[in-house]
Design a protein around this ligand. Structure first.
Ligand SMILES: Nc1ncnc2c1ncn2[C@@H]1O[C@H](COP(=O)(O)OP(=O)(O)OP(=O)(O)O)[C@@H](O)[C@H]1O
Length: 380
């Protein structure tokens, strides 16, 4: 299926910078990845998101030429870099791309200048070109004054900036990032996230970014591919992935959700709406997602989309009286547990408005905020 992000780009006749088709990667007898297929429009920041072990780094490494696939096609620009049918596997150094790793992998015994100059030197650039390239790359990461500093005398964040400058210095067609921020502390990670996004924009370079960090993926990407067990679960813009998860896995991994199962039934009173008959009562939601009446289905309601009220809200559907079972203060938010239909539902709401354990309140959820999933969580 074509994602919204891809459709928008197709509308603007965006060129495809990277194409991965039916890629499979095995470790011995174990299938680690695939088959996976996706294409990255030129200039986009594309993110592979998923839990540890889902195959995102392996996919990235295969694109970089550091892992030999078992089958499929990897195309960068209009050149095949790997093709099982053609028995072709272009070496990493001839793929015109640059990779930034989690460990900064800069050389501590060299100066910042020599670290950044490395890619230009191995490409046999002239001294003037090297000097200009290093200067430009250091300016990009705001490290102009550090050229003569030994790399060992830099903070973690500065070292990662040098690694970035080194990756950008020879103007690669494609930048690959493998969890580049995960060794930094939370504050610096937040700042670097914004800097990296701006850098990617100002260079206009196509990039693939690997992370298991949801916020990082949402904040930095034009398009996110969610991976699970070596396969793609869903791809789309951050907005689509967050608001319209298609599977129970995506609903749960991309932000926290309550997954509620029941039987699909038409709402005879309104004619249009669909109702899910659940243990907690009838839950009205917007669409049946191709489900037939009478079928078992699961819907996802984000913890931040469930509302609690001290008075019964007027004119709303999906309202139930509930008792607060637990209230956990998390700083900006409180996490509240209520019992509903013999199970726990989790609500996250502003912590400014405290609610006490044992308090009787009303729970509501807007039908438009309930997303019927394509798979049934109970069957998973
Ligand atoms: N060199 C290897 N030999 C054997 N199996 C491997 C090797 N590298 C990775 N794997 C396996 O391949 C699968 C995918 O690993 P991969 O590193 O791509 O996952 P990941 O999603 O990037 O996880 P993480 O975020 O932990 O790095 C895992 O099951 C992993 O154990």
């Amino acid at each position: 299926m074509q994602t919204q992000a891809q459709a928008q780009n197709n509308g603007a006749a965006a060129e495809t910078a990277i194409e991965v088709r039916d890629l499979r990667i095995n470790y011995g007898a174990v299938a680690a990845v695939g088959p996976v297929s996706f294409s990255v429009p030129k200039g986009q920041q594309f993110t592979l998101l998923g839990p540890s072990g889902c195959g995102k780094s392996t996919t990235l490494r295969a694109i970089a030429g550091l892992e030999k696939p078992a089958g499929g096609v990897i195309k960068i620009g209009n050149r095949n870099m790997y093709s099982s049918a053609e028995n072709l596997n272009v070496p990493a150094e001839d793929r015109g791309l640059s990779m930034v790793f989690q460990s900064y992998a800069i050389w501590p015994h060299m100066t910042v200048f020599d670290n950044v100059a490395y890619g230009l030197k191995v490409r046999r650039k002239s001294r003037e070109e090297i000097e200009a390239g290093v200067k430009r790359a250091l300016a990009l990461v705001q490290m102009e004054g550090f050229a003569s500093r030994p790399a060992s005398q830099l903070s973690g964040g500065q070292q990662q900036r040098v690694a970035l400058a080194r990756a950008c210095a020879f103007s690669p067609e494609v930048l690959l990032f493998d969890e580049p921020l995960s060794n930094l502390d939370a504050k610096l990670r937040g700042d670097m996230r914004i800097e990296l996004r701006e850098l990617q924009h100002s260079l206009g370079v196509t990039s693939i970014y690997v992370t298991h960090d949801l916020e990082e993926a949402l904040a930095m990407s034009d398009c996110i591919v969610v991976m699970n067990k070596g396969r793609i679960e869903q791809s789309g813009s951050p907005y689509e992935i967050y608001n319209y998860p298609r599977t129970a896995f995506v609903a749960d991994f991309v932000g926290s959700s309550n997954l509620i199962s029941g039987k699909v039934r038409a709402d005879l009173s309104s004619g249009d709406d669909v109702v899910l008959e659940t243990a907690g009562g009838e839950l009205v939601h917007g669409n049946a997602h191709g489900r037939k009446l009478g079928q078992q289905a699961t819907l996802s309601a984000r913890t931040v989309h469930l509302q609690l009220h001290t008075q019964r809200p007027e004119g709303e559907r999906n309202v139930w009286p509930v008792t607060i079972a637990r209230s956990v203060f998390l700083g900006d938010l409180s996490e509240i547990h209520v019992n509903w239909g013999g199970r726990k539902l989790i609500i996250r709401r502003s912590a400014l408005d405290q609610m006490a354990e044992g308090q009787q309140v009303f729970l509501s959820v807007d039908p438009k905020r309930c997303v019927l999933l394509e798979d049934d969580a109970k069957a998973n």
